[in-house]
Design a protein around this ligand. Structure first.
Ligand code: OVM
Length: 407
C-alpha cells in the first residue's frame, strides 16, 4: 500500500478529474478565492495527486460528507493523517477525533458548558471588556487590528471564562496555530508551528489540571463532571485541552476577519449601525464570507458513493468549507459581503454531530465587540494593506491596519 502524509493513496475514482495543485501552497492559503472557484468547477470531487486525496468544494458534497459521521469518520483524524495507520502528534481529542457513540458522552458535557443560559451569565463581563477595548482603540485612532484587537479580546475574556490561573496569551495563540497547522501536510508551515511544541505543549497540559483551574469557569465545570461520575479525571484534562485547542485561534481569526469585512464594506457598516437587529446575521455573513476554518478532512470508513462518485474505504476527503461557503448555487451573489443575507446553512462551523460546540461562545464574543463598535465607532477604514497569514486549516489575517473615528 502506497502512503502519503500518513494515509493510503487511493486510485483515481471513475469520472473524477485529476487536478495537479497543492492546496497547501502558502500563496493559495493566503488568497484562496481562485482555488475555491476552480475546485468547485471541477465537479463534485477532484483528485489531488500530490496527496492522493479527494477534495470537494461545492456546498452539496461538503454538506453530505460532513453530515454523515457513519460513512465519513472523524476517528481516523480530521487532517491528512489516518490515525488507523499511525500515531498522531498528540493523543487524539476525545471529542473532535472520535465517533458516536463515544463522541456523545464527551460532547454532552461541553454542550452543557456552552449553553445559552451559561452564555447569559458571561454577557455583562464580555460587554464591559469589549467597551473598554474599543474605547482604548478610539483613543489611538489608528491601530493594528490583528495584534491590538483580534488577538487581545479573546485572550482576555476566554481565559477568564475558562478559569485559567496563568494566562500566557502568546502561548495560547501559538498552540492554536500548532493544532490547526498540524492538520495539513508536513510542510514548512507545519514544521515551523511544531517547533514551538516542546515549550508550549507541557504548558498547555499543565493549565488543564484541576488545581490550575479556578472555581466557576468552564474548566471547573468539566471537573465537576468527574465528581458526577460522567468522565475520568484524565478525560477532564483532555476536554479542557479541547477548549484551549479550539477556542482561541478560531475566535481571534473570526474577529480579525469581521473587522476586515466592515472596513472594506462601509455601506454594510452603515447598515449595521442603523439596525442593531443585524448584529447576529452580520457575524454569520462574516463566517460565510471568510470561513475562518477553511478546510477539514474526513476519512471514508466504508466503500460508498457521493453524487454518483465511488469512494473507497480509507479515502481521505479534504472538505473545503471555504469553497462551499462561496458556492453561487447555494449563495447567489456569493462574492458580495451582504449582512442582510442571513446565510443559514453555511459550513464555517461545520455541520452534523461535530458542528462547532463553542459556537455560542464565539457568537457571544463577537456580539459584544460588534455592539461596542456600533455604539461608539462612526467610520472604520483600512489604514494600509490587509495581509493574510497562511495556515494549513485556518484562513486568518496577519496584519490589518485600521483607523476608527468616533461617533
Ligand atoms: C480539540 C479540537 C476541537 C475542534 C477543533 C480543533 C483542530 C481541536 O478537541 O482538540 O482544532
Amino acid at each position: 500500500m502506497k502512503m502519503i502524509e500518513g494515509h493510503a493513496v487511493i486510485d483515481v475514482p471513475d469520472n473524477v478529474p485529476v487536478w495537479d495543485i497543492d492546496p497547501y501552497n502558502p500563496e493559495i492559503l493566503a488568497n484562496p478565492l481562485n482555488y475555491y472557484a476552480e475546485l468547485r468547477a471541477k465537479g463534485p470531487f477532484a483528485y489531488i495527486p500530490k496527496y492522493g486525496i479527494l477534495a470537494c468544494g461545492r456546498h452539496k458534497e461538503n454538506k453530505e460528507v460532513f453530515s454523515d459521521w457513519e460513512r465519513f469518520v472523524s476517528s481516523r483524524g480530521v487532517g491528512l493523517q489516518d490515525f488507523k495507520l499511525g500515531k498522531p502528534w498528540r493523543d487524539p481529542s476525545i471529542v473532535l477525533e472520535v465517533d458516536p457513540p463515544e463522541h456523545g458522552r464527551t460532547r454532552k458535557i461541553l454542550m452543557r458548558l456552552m449553553s445559552p443560559k451559561v452564555m447569559r451569565t458571561l454577557a455583562d463581563d464580555f460587554q464591559l471588556a469589549a467597551d473598554r477595548l474599543i474605547d482604548e482603540l478610539l483613543e489611538k485612532g489608528t491601530f493594528e487590528a490583528v495584534t491590538e484587537l483580534a488577538e487581545v479580546y479573546p485572550t482576555t475574556v476566554f481565559p477568564d471564562a475558562m478559569g485559567l490561573r496563568a494566562c500566557d496569551k502568546r502561548r495560547l495563540i501559538d498552540y492554536g496555530a500548532m493544532v490547526f497547522n498540524a492538520l495539513g501536510p508536513d510542510n514548512d508551515l507545519r514544521r515551523k508551528a511544531m517547533a514551538t511544541a516542546p515549550d508550549i505543549v507541557p504548558w498547555i497540559t499543565e493549565q488543564c489540571l484541576r488545581e490550575n483551574l479556578k472555581p466557576n469557569g468552564f474548566g471547573a465545570a468539566i471537573y465537576a463532571a468527574v465528581d458526577e461520575g460522567e468522565i475520568t479525571e484524565e478525560e477532564a484534562g483532555m476536554l479542557a485541552r479541547s477548549l484551549l485547542s479550539a477556542g482561541v485561534d478560531t475566535t481571534v481569526t473570526g474577529l480579525g476577519s469581521a473587522l476586515w469585512c466592515l472596513a472594506t464594506n462601509p455601506d454594510q457598516f452603515e447598515l449595521l449601525k442603523s439596525d442593531m437587529q443585524l448584529l447576529r446575521p452580520a457575524f454569520e455573513e462574516v463566517l460565510r464570507y471568510t470561513s475562518p476554518v477553511h478546510s477539514f478532512c474526513r476519512t471514508a470508513d466504508i466503500d460508498t458513493e457521493v453524487s454518483s462518485i465511488k469512494i473507497k474505504q480509507g479515502t481521505k476527503i479534504l472538505c473545503v468549507l471555504g469553497a462551499a461557503n462561496m458556492d453561487e448555487d447555494q449563495w447567489p451573489g456569493a462574492t458580495k459581503f451582504d449582512i442582510s443575507r442571513k446565510p443559514v446553512g453555511h459550513m464555517a462551523m461545520g455541520a452534523g454531530v461535530h458542528g462547532c460546540v463553542g459556537q455560542n461562545l464565539a457568537r457571544a464574543e463577537v456580539q459584544a465587540i460588534f455592539t461596542a463598535i456600533a455604539n461608539k465607532v462612526d467610520t472604520i477604514k483600512l489604514a494600509g494593506e490587509a495581509v493574510w497569514r497562511p495556515n494549513n486549516a485556518v484562513h486568518a489575517l496577519d496584519s490589518l491596519p485600521i483607523t476608527f473615528t468616533r461617533k
